[in-house]
Each structure stands twice: as C-alpha cells, then as structure tokens.
Design a binder for this molecule. Sequence first.
Ligand code: G6Q
Length: 548
Amino acid sequence: MSATATAVQTPLTSLPAWKALQAHYEKIRSQHLRGLFQSDPARGTRLTAEAEGIYLDYSKHRITDETVRLLLELAEQSGLRERIEAMFAGEKINVSEKRAVLHAALRAPKGVVIKVDGENVVPGVHEVLDRMSDFSNRVRSGAWKGFTGKRIRNVINIGIGGSDLGPVMAYEALRHYSQRDMTFRFVSNVDGTDFAEATHDLDPEETLFIISSKTFTTLETMTNAQTARDWSLKKLKDDKAVAKHFVAVSTNAKEVAKFGIDTANMFGFWDWVGGRYSMDSAIGLSTMLAIGPENFRAMLAGFHAIDEHFRTTAFAKNLPVLMGLLSVWYTDFFGAETVAVLPYEQYLKRFPAYLQQLTMESNGKHVTLSGDRVNYATGPIFWGEPGTNGQHSFYQLIHQGTRLIPCDFIGFAKALNPLGEHHDLLMANVFAQGEALAFGKTPEEVKAEGTPDWLVPHRVFEGDRPSSTFLLEELTPAALGKLVALYEHSVFTQGVIWQIDSFDQWGVELGKVLAKKIVGELEGSGPAKGSHDSSTTTLIERYRKQRK
Ligand code: G6Q
C-alpha cells in the first residue's frame, strides 16, 4: 500500500488552518449577508467560478475572502493535492478495502495510461465500452431479437443501490435523448410490488432484463432476477430463451454463468469501481440503450472534463474543491446538519436521491483512515426535490424555520421543452429563492407594506440563509456527466479534509447479515427460534401469527 494512503496525519482539529477557521467563525457568525453585500457590492461577481460551461455563484454564502483563504489553506494543509494525485495514479486510497478508486478511468479517453498494480486499465475500459456500444446498437435497431423473433421493446434494469440509483437517475435526466419507442424500467426493491408493477403490462417476448450487480450475490437483485427468469420462462417455456432475454453487468463471471446467462452477454467492470461511482461503467448499459452510444460517450466526455478540471485547476478556481470546502464550513463550524439540492429542471427529479447515496454512503463515517473516532461532524444529510415543486412544500422551513440549511440551486439557461413562458417563470423562481433566502424581509419592510403589528413577526424573513447557484446552458448528456463529476469530487474533497475513507461502506453490512439470519426464522407460528432482544422477538412472533 502506498505511503500516501496510509501516512499518519496531523489530526484535523490540530491543523493551524482549522484553528484559524474556528477563530474566524466567531468573527463572522453574526455578519448578515445583507451587510456583506452592502459593504462589498462586487462580491456577486467576485465570489464565483466558472469551468467547462458551469457557472457557480457562491457569493450568497456566509463567507468573506478571508474565509475562502482559510478554507483553501485547510485544503493545502490536509494534503488534498497529494490525495488527488494518489487517486488518479491508482493508489489504493480505499484503505479499509485495500482498493484503488478509479472511476476517473471509466471516462479516460483512449490513449491515457492509468495503472493499477502495474497494469494499464484504460484499454479494458474501452473494450467494454465498445462491446456495450455494439450490443446497444443491435437492440436499438431491432437486429437483436427476442427468443420468439420479436423485437425488444422493453428494457428492465434489475439492480439496487449503486447498481440502480445511477441508471434510474441518468435515464430520467436524459429521457429527452432517449429512444421513444422503447420502454425503460428499473426494479430494485425486494418488495415484490416493485417487480409486479414494472412488468404488469409487458410482454416477456419483447422484454430484456439487465441484471446489474457487481457481486452477483446481492439478496434483492438475485431474488428479483430469479423472479424475472420465472416470469419470462412462464411464457417463453424454454431455458434457452434466457440467453436472448437476459444480460448481466457484473464482476463475477462464475455466478453469472451459474444463473444461466451466456457470459458472452456479460459486461464487466472492476473492483476499483465503487457501486455509487459506477453509473458510467457497464452499470450504465440501460442508459446507453436508452440514449445511444454517442450520447453515452458525450456524457463520459463531460465527466472527463471535470476530472481534468479537478486534477489540474488551482484550488481557488476549482469547483469541486470550493463546493467541498463550503460543505465543511457549514457542517463543522455552523453545525448545519443537512444540504438541500434543488434542481430547477424536472428531468433531474432523481438527482437528489442519487446524490443521497453518493454523499451519505461515502462520507457517513465516524472513524478516520487510521481508525480513530473523529471529534468533529462528517457527512451532512443530503435531500431535495426539483423546483418549483419544493417551494410549495418544505421551503417554508428553509426560509423561516430554526435550522440553517445550505442549498444548492441548479438551473439551465435553455429549456429542453420550450413552452410559452414556462422557462422564464421557472428561472425567475430559482433566482428569487436564492435572493429571498439571503436577504429576507426585515420587520421595517413588512410594516411598510401596511402589515398590522401583531402579524409582523410572522411575515418577517430573517434571511442570511446561504445558497450556491449553478447555472448551465442546457441539460445535455455532457452536462449531466459534468454535474455528477462535480459532486463526486466534492465528496472526495470533504472526505480528505475529514480524513475518512469515502469509498468503503461497512455500515450497510450488519443489517444484511441479520436479515439473512431472521428470514430463516419466519417460518412456522410458534415462539421465535433465534436469540434476539425482546423487541425483535415479539415483532417476529407477531409477524408469524399475522402472515397466516
Ligand atoms: C455502493 C454500494 C451499494 C451497492 C449495492 C449493490 O457503493 O456498494 O449500494 O452498489 O449493494 O451491490 P451489487 O452491485 O454487488 O449488487
């Protein structure tokens, strides 16, 4: 293992920049954004950054130039530069799983050399991409036929977590570019309803299943895959049909073959691709089938552009670095618990859900790389919904509640579906929300509107509520790749500052193990067999009685 991955680090809270930020916070905490803008009208143009067609306005944050300077120092003192180099060089920076972290290799152009254990992984990436392209073209054109000779009209991706959230999000985000005479569905939950609803109106003769599972052992996915097999064969009545209606995306050829899928129809990836970082690997096969290989490659180019930006741009102008540092600033100094992601783009409706896994599974950690308990807060809770819908539900709390919730607003200058005034109305709302959150409405302003005294407190907006605004030209496949890569690298930046392993996920293990144990105890109706606490035992017994 490399020196960079395991080097003993100065504890975060002992770094000079951290201490300076603590002192600085005391000075800045009571400064209102109204005052900051009044005394420095240029901040709205200065505290911005732009790269690869993405404009980030971070002026509506509770920061000054001094805050930014100290946060950048924190990044330097945390060794972010070396850690970025280590990641892109294929070092095993996922220390608890002893793995390299190379989602950046998935979008590296041909000719780039990225080595893992001495082997260049880029040619293998392109070999899989070429096979995916060939397969997608055949299905999309109708050349690939189902077992009874019918054209494939429906594609169902079966996968969960990292093998589902990216594909669902990308399909929804890029639906505008999708082949409209095909239906795409996604089944993830072990709850049978998910499968039943996804298939109820489909014909097995026209339906292709993609079983997406890195390990090919995940309980939910294997259960759904088996159900899909039964559903198909009930109509197709011949085991040989499996080869025409099932393909696999996995790293586990042995299990794929055991399931009955022809390994010629298996698309592989590698242990250096984490599940939540895999939507641009073969896990994105459903995306490629929907939008076509060219658009998929455009998306990869978008990812790559931000990889290069992150790797080579000075931190002061580096979008993911700035995003990551701002998150640390609110999480650790203001004590903010959550971040709201608010895309003003209906196609991005699953983007917050996708980011929940990316951010929370990555940075929801309570020990450092060396296993010590952290004494500061790590990964915030991510949540959100598209605007303007959220404005009519939870924005009330962001505007007038008692919590500080930094917001990420995402908007596009051009509409993909221009209809009358819709887009201007949408964008007017995103700009208005950032403005209202930052500047609010004072009691004097409320009174001046003729509001009776008793009602004034209810109608006051304190303001001083921070937000970032991301403005892009249009939601294209490349733009989506860029947006996702921004958040990926922001997550990494935060993880480096917090000295945690952003690439493992041990926290999902315990529940899985216990579920396997309990499932065998649900048969019968007498007292529960397993040794559990009194609460779990009672719940199991009650279930056994009621299920009859
Ligand atoms: C992601 C996690 C997790 C994983 C799923 C599915 O980073 O590791 O969400 O993607 O548990 O795993 P398989 O792809 O192995 O079925």
